[in-house]
Design a binder for this molecule. Sequence first.
Ligand SMILES: Nc1ncnc2c1ncn2[C@@H]1O[C@H](COP(=O)(O)OP(=O)(O)OP(=O)(O)O)[C@@H](O)[C@H]1O
Ligand SMILES: O=c1ccn([C@@H]2O[C@H](COP(=O)(O)O)[C@@H](O)[C@H]2O)c(=O)[nH]1
Length: 242
Amino acid sequence: MPRPHYNRILLKLSGEALMGDGQFGIDPQTTARLAREVAAAKEAGHELCLVVGGGNIFRGLAAAAKGFDRTSADYMGMLATVMNALAVQNALEQIGQDTRVLSAIPMDTVCEPYIRRRAVRHMERGRIVIFAAGTGNPYFTTDTAAALRAAEMGCDALFKGTSVDGVYDADPNKVAGATRYETLSYNRVLSDNLKVMDASAVALCRDNAIPIIVFNIREQGNLATVLAGSGTATTVKQEGEA
Ligand SMILES: Nc1ncnc2c1ncn2[C@@H]1O[C@H](COP(=O)(O)OP(=O)(O)OP(=O)(O)O)[C@@H](O)[C@H]1O
Ligand SMILES: O=c1ccn([C@@H]2O[C@H](COP(=O)(O)O)[C@@H](O)[C@H]2O)c(=O)[nH]1
């Protein structure tokens, strides 16, 4: 069954997607390609806002495992997401898109602070809003930030563009023969402890009835395909929902 059409969407872009074939950082060609896909989605009639991850630069949990203070490491991770947001903004503006970066950690000389009403206004004016610095709080990730902003902005769905093509019954990068779900419930993701997305993000989407569509953003052209309701992806939604 084709997936439904969603009008206002929050797109979570994996930080790692910006690396292209590299192992770290921001690849300009890949970022430009992602910007073209986002612009095409907007031109296709979707209202879009974005959360960009930071895993291509810094992850708090990984740094804490190596001895960093967790809170400081998380702030460093949030700052990494600001760099990525500015890179995506730059790539979008180079192709004529009107954008705003709104940061959960105020840094007035770099971008706007996050103010919900302002974000809504930007979207009403047709701008692509990019939310930076996650939730602004340590001990969270940009998945939770994406769920939170999707709820605040009244989005119809959260599209998680990542490096796997959906949710599997086990991590496909670790378990050979893992099976992909076409659809599954929020509660199943939580009870089976499936790690494709944080539990807090899944719970927030469940409580606000926001479907989550997990798809591979590294595959060129896939955003348009998945937004059109076809292609390979997993939809996480309420049990029994069409
Ligand atoms: N059950 C599962 N199904 C699918 N992927 C899974 C599962 N369990 C773990 N994963 C892993 O989750 C990863 C995607 O989530 P991850 O949080 O690492 O990336 P991201 O949020 O897209 O990126 P970033 O942190 O760079 O923004 C996949 O690469 C995959 O290895
Ligand atoms: O609300 C948030 C969001 C993110 N962080 C920190 O940033 C990094 C990068 O984000 P990813 O979601 O992993 O891409 C994350 O590892 C956290 O350290 C945060 O603290 N709070």
